[in-house]
Design a protein around this ligand. Structure first.
Ligand code: FES
Ligand code: FES
Length: 162
């Protein structure tokens, strides 16, 4: 059977992917395009380690067959490098020791970025809700919540915002 060719834009770059069967966005990003910040955790939608933005919305790459993504714009953590707000979030993660082994960190930062794009002044509950799909086995979550609060505060002051 001939694989369907799917056109995606990944981090601003146009890609044409042979979408064999149910190959997932996670497999394509990691194995074909070398975006290794998209982690291979549970592959079942349970850990958030593969979080990306699809057309600006938070999504789990392991649950998305590429064949359904014709024309979609995908952003991974690599693609957020030019974004000041992502830089501020990463800086706050370092300041609050919110990244320990680092396995969950890219997914956490993507979830935080999606939250702050939507809601620049989140409450603590909003942050907890936003990262509720992201598992972390190291930090106990508190440093991550504080890092996101701190990033929101810095961005609200405007100096480091986009
Ligand atoms: S690897 Fe996708 S949610 Fe766990
Ligand atoms: S820092 Fe290790 S899983 Fe979160």
């Amino acid at each position: 059977m001939t694989a369907k060719l799917v056109q995606l834009t990944v981090n601003g770059r146009e890609e044409h992917i042979a979408a064999d069967g149910l190959i997932s966005l996670q497999q394509v990003l990691r194995e074909k395009l070398d975006y290794n910040t998209v982690k291979d955790g549970c592959t079942q939608g349970g850990c958030g380690a593969c979080s990306v933005l699809v057309d600006g919305e938070l999504a789990l790459a392991c649950l998305l067959p590429v064949s359904r993504l014709e024309g979609a714009e995908i952003t991974t953590l690599e693609g957020l490098n030019e974004s000041n707000s992502a830089g501020v979030i990463q800086e706050s993660f370092v300041e609050h020791s919110a990244a320990q082994c680092g396995f969950c960190t890219s997914g956490m930062i993507i979830s935080a970025k999606a939250l702050l794009d939507e809601n620049p002044t989140p409450s603590r509950d909003d942050i907890m809700e936003a990262i509720s799909g992201n598992l972390c086995r190291c930090t106990g979550y508190l440093p991550i919540i504080e890092a996101v609060q701190s990033a929101a505060g810095k961005l609200a002051k405007g100096g480091d915002g986009e």
